[in-house]
Design a protein around this ligand. Structure first.
Ligand code: SAH
Length: 249
């Protein structure tokens, strides 16, 4: 198994593959002002097994194109949407977020929770803009500093892991420069990290390590996640995901 397959195996069966929650997806939907709109075309990019795709399809008059480059997540998403009676409102697409096969102005809404970092916030918001209709909505969550200054240890960790991490005002400037009007913002509360993401992940550690006979590669994944969890717990006052809602100008 290569590292990507291992990571996939680690996350399969989880409710979400990044920090987030249904209440926060619902809040972003409200801030985006989408309720009442008819026949929305939405792309959920880096959808994983589709917690947000299902919320969007359930709460709006919409068709959701759920995109991920890992087919097994899309398989889980299809099973879960069938179970929820949402199959006719969600279609899946296996594609990379930096090479999307979409037409210009194809979508009313582009959604991406805990995923845009894979191509980088700036590259993502710039690259995806052309797929939005004029006035269309972009809603993305992104690792964000909560304060102007933060402890050196935390800064060093995220500078190495994700150098684009920044304060919300800097992310909003990126959105403005890329041709969007910032329209809403909130940060994910602790619950979205601990209860919804890290605790269920920790509960999968043992079975995961056993499935892979405690291989060095499997241990490395679990250890890295545990280090990230420790760091989050120590420094949660300084870092979270910001949820950015913006309108294409
Ligand atoms: N939005 C989901 C998943 C977040 S995890 C949630 O909030 O639960 C990030 C997702 O991005 C994973 O499913 C991963 O497979 C996907 N991903 C990573 N790199 C990608 C790429 N280059 N193209 C498409 N999807 C990608």
């Amino acid at each position: 198994m290569d590292d990507l397959e291992l990571l996939l195996d680690f996350h399969l069966g989880s409710a979400r593959q990044g920090p987030g929650g249904d209440e926060e997806t619902a809040l972003a939907i409200r801030l985006a002002g989408l309720e009442g709109a008819k026949g929305l075309k939405i792309a959920d990019i880096g959808c994983g097994n589709g917690a947000a795709s299902r919320m969007l399809a359930r709460s709006l008059d919409a068709h959701v194109t759920a995109v991920d480059f890992l087919a097994p997540f899309l398989g889980e998403l299809e099973a879960a949407s069938a179970e929820a009676g949402l199959s006719d409102r969600i279609s899946t697409l296996e594609a990379s977020m930096d090479a999307l096969p979409f037409e210009d102005e194809q979508f009313d809404v582009i959604w991406a929770e805990g995923a845009i970092y894979n191509m980088g916030f700036k590259a993502g918001v710039e690259g995806w803009r052309r797929f939005l209709k004029p006035g269309g909505v972009l809603a993305v969550s992104e690792l964000t500093w909560l304060t102007a200054e933060r402890p050196a240890e935390l800064q060093a960790h995220w500078d190495a892991e994700y150098p684009e991490v920044d304060v919300a005002s800097a992310k909003m400037a990126v959105l403005e420069q890329a041709g969007y009007e910032p329209a809403g913002y909130f940060t994910l509360p602790e619950r979205c990290w601990l209860e919804k993401y890290y605790r269920p992940m920790q509960a999968r550690f043992d079975a995961f390590l056993e499935r892979h006979a405690h291989s060095d590669a499997a241990k490395a994944i679990a250890d890295a996640e545990q280090r990230e969890i420790d760091l989050y717990e120590r420094f949660k006052a300084f870092v979270s995901y910001g949820f950015y809602i913006a309108r294409k100008v």
